[in-house]
Structure formats: structure tokens, C-alpha cells
Design a protein around this ligand. Sequence first.
Ligand code: HEC
Length: 123
Amino acid sequence: MKTRFNLLLILAVFLTAQSCYYDNEEELYPSAGECDLTNVTYSVTIAPILAENCNSCHGGNFPQAGVVTDNYDDLKTVVDNGRFWGAINHEDGYSPMPQNLPKLPQCELDKIKTWIDNGAMND
Ligand code: HEC
């Protein structure tokens, strides 16, 4: 009799611990899976995305199509004439970028759009 009670107690403690674990996870990470569009800056947010996806073709001595994405001033030129957003957003009339690859993840596009809408600052 005593043994069975102990087993139930252990089971109850175990189940309680489990539900606490899941509750806490939700409280600790409320924005998990969402895209954080606060504090988007050129240096911290945008430049690393371009280094990862674009600069191999659009940097160095022979940038493809004369488009340069590895420094702010040259990037700003294609931002201002609309080719940058047109290309990465796969709009009609622009070569879709990155070349021969799917669009950048939606969150990265949203961050880039936010940066452009905020004035494409060198921040
Ligand atoms: C594998 C090499 C490669 C990668 C990676 C690449 N590009 Fe390009 N990009 C090209 C080539 C080649 C062209 C010229 C294509 C054409 O004119 O059809 C081009 C053209 C462009 C243009 C001009 C588009 C237009 O229609 O005026 C822009 C802007 C551009 N790329 C931006 C980017 C950005 C931003 C990235 C990263 C998200 C990127 N590219 C990644 C090779 C690349």
C-alpha cells in the first residue's frame, strides 16, 4: 500500500514538473518564431545579410553587373535607384537575387525593408 502511494506521488511530481517546464518556456520566449524589426541598423543587421548572401558576387575587383553591395556608399546607389529592393523582392523588370537561389528568408527581407523605409541610413 505504501509503495503504491509513493509511486503515485512520484508520478504527480513528475507531471507537475513537466507542465511547469512548458509554461516557463512560453513565458521566457514570448517572441520565439517572430521577426524582431526593432533596432534594425546597417552595421549590425543589413551588412551581415549582404556579406552572407551577396558580396561574393557583388564585391571585390569585378562586381557582377557593376552592382556593389559590400560597402555603404555603393549599396546606397542601388538602394536609391530601386534596383536593390526590386532584385531581392523578385519584382518584374529586375534580375531576381540572390542569383539562381530562392528569395532571402521573409524575416531578412522585412528587416531590409524596414531599414530602407527608415531612410537607409549608414547607422
Ligand atoms: C552567384 C552570384 C550572385 C549572387 C550571390 C548575387 N548576385 Fe546579384 N547579380 C549577379 C549577376 C550575374 C547579375 C546580373 C544579372 C542580370 O543582369 O541578369 C546581378 C544583378 C544584380 C542587381 C541588378 C538587378 C537589376 O535588374 O538591375 C542587383 C541590384 C543585385 N544583383 C543585387 C544582389 C543582392 C542584393 C544579392 C544578395 C541578396 C545578390 N545580388 C546576390 C550575381 C549575383
